[in-house]
Design a protein around this ligand. Structure first.
Ligand code: FEO
Ligand code: CA
Ligand code: CA
Ligand code: CA
Length: 631
């Protein structure tokens, strides 16, 4: 069961009785859209799909002419248990879950799948967001290890679950962040064991709490009564980086790790909104560490769900949870410096019907100044998208939410509901174009669109950037901030692509937008990354059955989008049952590193080690045969 399905199972959205009214409203609005825009609605939702030309001509920016994505011959979809890249390109595995980072660590054990000790000295499970840092010719990877594939990690147990304290120890150590140096030898990238930069950050790592929630009563626990220092980070999903050289790691489905001995306890609205349930989800952390028992430590969940900032080139530095960036199921954190020097961080909250956010720093970034605490003070906003292609950022302030700054930081979802932000189709990664002022966000899918409210009871009407009822395929929304200023209140938006399947659906919304054909179909866009040439790399985390509405899509994949022409070409197909997530480039940009997450999550893969071997999440390196840059 996926994280979302599990959340819904344990904590269903509010009853639909109340929702009838909401659905009526949504339908009447859709009728309005359909009648007022007939003619350009041949694909139904197409009103704002690839209205690129309109947006572009109104905003002829020098960035457009500089955009030159790399050229290649697209690969066909497939369901093979390997990585497929275009002709003229090659790939190899750099590192996999369980590979030791220090020479005292044991090599990955196919039988036991490691111990707590070996796992603490090795790369964690489920490679996700990844950033690469350079210093004096050295290359340091910082990568999130989102969660553990229980049945694989604990494949030495019949239950496929942690069964004792040692298993719990291994399970915890498979989570968090892995930082390690890599270097290239004879064309192959490999881990530099014992590098002074190598570091594992897992569930017991001391992390400072900074920003508005620091020291608040809601952040205090029995074992840490000041609310300033917490232990660990887990379910780290997407990433970001700052121009001052730090790594941003985003805590996403943090809620699943808590449980309670009091199964009958009535859940507070705050617990419900964040999916904190009495039921253990299989991780069993509460059984072995009482800080994960919410009847004993009710505030512990308030200390998770943030963006963690750390300096990967200072291995002894204390990571910080930046509460000013809000608490929700953080996907990634895309930081841009606005023209006036303010740091603007775009962030998605990946749950059905949750919101898209923006933080704007109070201070200015200065290359020569100390920017270390720039992310502690500023304003948080949630996005409102209007059906006419305009939008605005709604400030989350004490005045318009009735909440204190600390409460806004801790219960950000509730604040955003109060201001009437737009409920979205699961916002995943945001990527900002380095060549011009615009940003893109993957809205991965939402089978509840137009059917059910979000967990806070907010309606999810069909419309705006979420134009399809029961959205199975996903779309990518983009916005241009007013006057090209990322800190502006207003923006204009359109959909860069509406994914769909023209092989299965003819002439309706589910066929997808015009830049989707039988040759580049995909579902559930998730990872999103701009390269230095303005190419937009799209990674998928979707249905890989290759059947029914997903027929012809094959395994999860990575595609390259041209944001000027709208063209989208498939560059890579992943192995069976894997998600493709995380991308970063070498200093010379001749290598593109990509993450392969959860191959064989349904036990149908042996990637990358081959027949009969345990599947392992891995980082691969991709290069062009002629040595040209990868973007
Ligand atoms: Fe961890 Fe929303 O992906
Ligand atoms: Ca993701
Ligand atoms: Ca996803
Ligand atoms: Ca994932």
């Amino acid at each position: 069961m996926s994280f979302d399905e599990y959340d819904e199972y344990i904590n269903p959205p509010p009853a639909e009785v109340e929702f009838d009214r909401v659905l009526d409203r949504a339908l009447s609005r859709r009728d309005f859209l359909n009648s007022s825009m007939s003619g350009i609605m041949c694909y139904g939702a197409g009103a704002f799909v690839m209205s690129t030309l309109a947006l572009r001509s109104a905003d002829a920016s020098p960035g457009d002419s500089q955009s030159k994505p790399i050229e290649f011959t697209p690969v066909a979809a497939n369901s093979l248990d390997t990585v497929t890249v275009p002709q003229g390109y090659h790939w190899h595995v750099v590192a996999s879950w369980g590979d030791p980072l220090w020479s005292e660590g044991a090599a990955f054990d196919q039988q036991t799948r490691g111990t707590g000790e070996s796992q603490r000295l090795a790369i964690g499970d489920n490679i996700d967001g990844m950033e690469i840092f350079f210093k004096d010719g050295r290359t340091v990877v910082a990568v999130n290890n989102e969660y553990a594939n229980l049945a694989i990690l604990h494949g030495d147990r019949v239950s496929g679950l942690p069964e004792n304290e040692h298993d719990f120890d291994k399970n915890k150590a498979a989570h968090g962040i892995s930082i390690f140096e890599i270097q290239q030898h004879d064309g192959f990238w490999e881990v530099v064991k014992d590098s002074p930069y190598n570091r594992r950050i897992t569930v017991d790592e001391p992390i400072e709490i900074t920003g508005p929630a620091r020291g608040h009563d809601l952040m205090k626990t029995r074992s840490e009564q000041h609310g300033v220092l917490t232990l660990g980070t887990w379910n780290n999903c997407g990433t970001g980086r700052t121009p001052w050289g730090t790594f941003l790691s985003c805590e996403e489905n943090f809620n699943r790790y808590f449980s309670s001995d009091d199964e009958q306890a009535s859940l507070s609205p705050e617990y419900q909104r964040y999916g904190i349930s009495p039921d253990d989800s299989g991780y069993g952390w509460g059984e072995y560490d009482e800080r994960f028992k919410t009847n004993l430590e009710p505030n512990e969940p308030n200390r998770a769900g943030y963006v963690v900032e750390l300096d990967p080139l200072e291995p002894d530095s204390l990571p910080k949870k930046r509460t000013a960036l809000g608490r929700f199921k953080h996907e990634n954190a895309e930081l841009v410096i606005a023209q006036n020097g303010k740091a603007v961080v775009y962030m998605g909250d990946d749950e059905r019907g949750e919101f898209l956010y923006r933080f704007v720093s109070a201070g200015m970034y200065r290359e020569t100044a100390d920017n270390a605490n720039l992310l502690d003070t500023g304003d948080l906003f949630a996005a409102k998208f209007n059906d006419d292609g305009s939008g605005e950022w709604l400030a989350l302030t004490p005045q318009n939410t009735g909440m204190t700054l600390a409460e806004i930081s801790i219960f950000t979802r509730i604040a955003a509901s109060k201001v009437g932000a737009t409920t979205m189709d699961r916002p995943e990664w945001v990527a900002a174009n380095p060549l011009k002022a615009e940003a893109y966000c993957c809205l991965t899918n939402n089978k509840h669109r137009g059917i059910k409210p979000n967990k806070g009871g907010d309606s999810t009407p069909v419309g705006g950037p979420n134009p399809r009822k029961k959205n199975h395929y996903g779309q990518i929304v983009r916005w241009i901030p007013d006057a090209g200023q990322h800190d502006a209140v207003g923006f204009s938006w359109d959909l860069f692509v509406l994914a769909g399947n023209p092989r299965v659906h003819k002439h309706n919304d589910n066929a997808g937008s015009e830049n989707i054909s039988a040759d580049n179909i995909f579902n559930s866009p998730d990872g999103l990354h701009f390269d230095s040439r303005g190419g937009l790399w799209i990674q998928t985390d979707g249905n890989y059955s290759n059947k029914g509405r997903y027929e012809g899509m094959g395994n999860n994949q990575m595609l390259l989008g041209n944001t000027v022409t709208g063209e989208i070409k498939r560059f890579l197909v992943g192995p069976k049952e894997a998600e493709i997530t995380g991308a970063a480039w070498s200093e010379d940009r001749r290598t593109l590193f990509v993450g392969v997450q959860h191959p064989g999550e349904e036990s149908g893969s042996s990637f990358p080690d081959g027949e009969g071997m345990v599947p392992r999440s891995s980082i691969i390196a991709i290069g062009a045969d002629d040595g040209s840059e990868m973007g």
